[in-house]
Ligand binder design. Structure first.
Ligand code: NDP
Length: 392
């Protein structure tokens, strides 16, 4: 079995004796970080040298993906948990060797804790701005989950707070560290699809109001907005990732929420949007809380070839289907998607240490919040064009 087909456990086991796997894993990490590792590049940094991370909010994503992802990190280590549930935090602390446990009331005292360099906010969206700003004021660098905040106004306040504190602020757009999406970016920017013409992005799932992590997503105060905030933002951000240097000049959108669906009283259930780019490319997106099965699909059409990714933005199973260019269709993977979690935190640690912006900085999150607000503004007026001038 090749390394792409391996589980994390198999990869770790194989790494002990397989120099090829180790070398390619290291190349991935270096590529993600964007700069050479310090010292001997064959070795991860000693634990005491790595930046210390506090995880804020021990929910589904933090426990299932973020925390286990640190096992493969080379520049980052877990040093603290922040939670409203002390028993859960203690249990996880025992499992991961994390002794420092904070709650939301004593959170500001992390300022006195030298073992915490970076804070990762994995809370419901409505709490992102408050905890990001508190962490920045405590003198810590902050990586905040997507979407950045409840509004562009909050997002701007977060960017301002990072500047005032002279600390790095990143938004956890993990797709920018995912090897298959990096490969698609490389191919598009190298001109392998010819001239880019059109992108389509479809992202959705069926929201279950009885499942606690979905419940807050359906409430305006904690969710910030609806499907576009939570799942549609992947299509928006990933599409723009593939168009570096372009500019959004206009947005049109229509809601597609089913009528009288009791789930969607406070937030929209579905919205279709179209971004008009300065290059002439259109990006067409659909975002939904009311479709089954779960969809995460990106399609890139060029004058000579096209790429479909389905799934495109998942944790562990992204694929590339390349068609055109005079060759038979080819489906392949460029790397193990699971590497994105360690690559993202190591990328942020490297940026924080160097005093340089993260690959997906606060400004990118602010840009996306402005676009989300423009999409809602167009949908509120039944598809009227909202003119913009937003650099990608
Ligand atoms: P969960 O509901 O599973 O977890 C959220 C956690 O936040 C809770 O477990 C709780 O942790 C804490 N919390 C504090 N206050 C509240 C409150 N008032 N209501 C609910 N929870 C609260 O959500 P997810 O893990 O699915 O999402 C968390 C964040 O991660 C969101 O920003 C989401 O957008 C993002 N996310 C990102 C993904 C990605 O792929 N990048 C994927 C999934 C989510 P505790 O008990 O420890 O206090």
């Amino acid at each position: 079995m090749d390394r792409i087909g391996m589980s994390r456990r198999e990869l770790l086991a194989a790494g002990a004796g397989m120099s090829l796997a180790a070398a390619s894993g290291q190349a991935l990490a270096q590529e993600a970080i964007g700069q050479p590792l310090l010292g001997n590049p064959a070795l991860p940094e000693a634990p005491g040298q790595r930046l210390g991370w506090a995880i804020v909010g021990l929910g589904t994503f933090a426990v299932g993906q973020v925390i286990p992802g640190f096992a493969d990190a080379r520049l980052s280590r877990l040093t603290a948990f922040v939670s409203g549930n002390p028993a859960k935090a203690q249990d996880l602390g025992a499992r991961y060797g994390v002794e420092r446990i904070y709650d939301y009331a004593n959170f500001d005292s992390i300022a006195e804790d030298p073992a915490i360099d970076c804070v990762y906010i994995v809370l419901p969206v409505g709490l992102h701005a408050e905890y990001t700003i508190r962490a920045l004021k405590a003198g810590k660098h902050v990586l905040c989950e997507k979407p950045m905040a409840s509004s562009a106004r909050e997002a701007q306040a977060m960017v301002d707070a990072a500047r005032a504190a002279d600390r790095q602020l990143g938004i956890a757009y993990r797709v920018h560290f995912e090897p298959n999406n990096r490969e698609v970016l490389r191919r598009i920017t190298a001109g392998e699809l010819g001239t880019m013409r059109y992108i389509s992005a479809d992202h959705g799932f069926s929201a279950n109001p009885d499942y606690p992590p979905h419940k807050w997503r359906l409430e305006k105060l904690l969710g910030g907005g609806g499907s576009l905030y939570d799942i549609g933002v992947y299509g928006l951000n990933t599409s723009l990732m593939m168009l570096p240097g372009d500019r959004v000049v206009g947005v049109t959108a229509h809601y597609a929420t089913p009528e009288n669906d009791p789930r969607f009283v406070e937030v929209e259930g579905a919205v279709d949007f179209r971004l008009r780019m300065a290059s002439g490319i259109n990006v067409q997106g659909s975002s939904s809380y009311c479709t089954s099965p779960y969809v995460s699909r990106q399609r890139y059409f060029g004058s000579e070839a096209s790429i479909e990714m389905q799934p495109a933005t998942t944790y562990d199973d992204n694929r590339i289907l390349l068609e055109g260019g005079g060759l038979p269709p080819r489906e392949f993977r460029a790397g193990n998607p699971m590497s994105q979690f360690a690559a993202q935190v190591d990328g942020f640690s490297a940026a924080a240490r160097a005093g340089e912006p993260h690959r997906t900085p606060g400004g990118m999150g602010l840009r996306d919040m402005r676009l989300i607000e423009a999409i809602y503004a167009s949908a509120d007026t039944d598809g009227a064009m909202v003119a913009l001038n937003v650099e990608v």
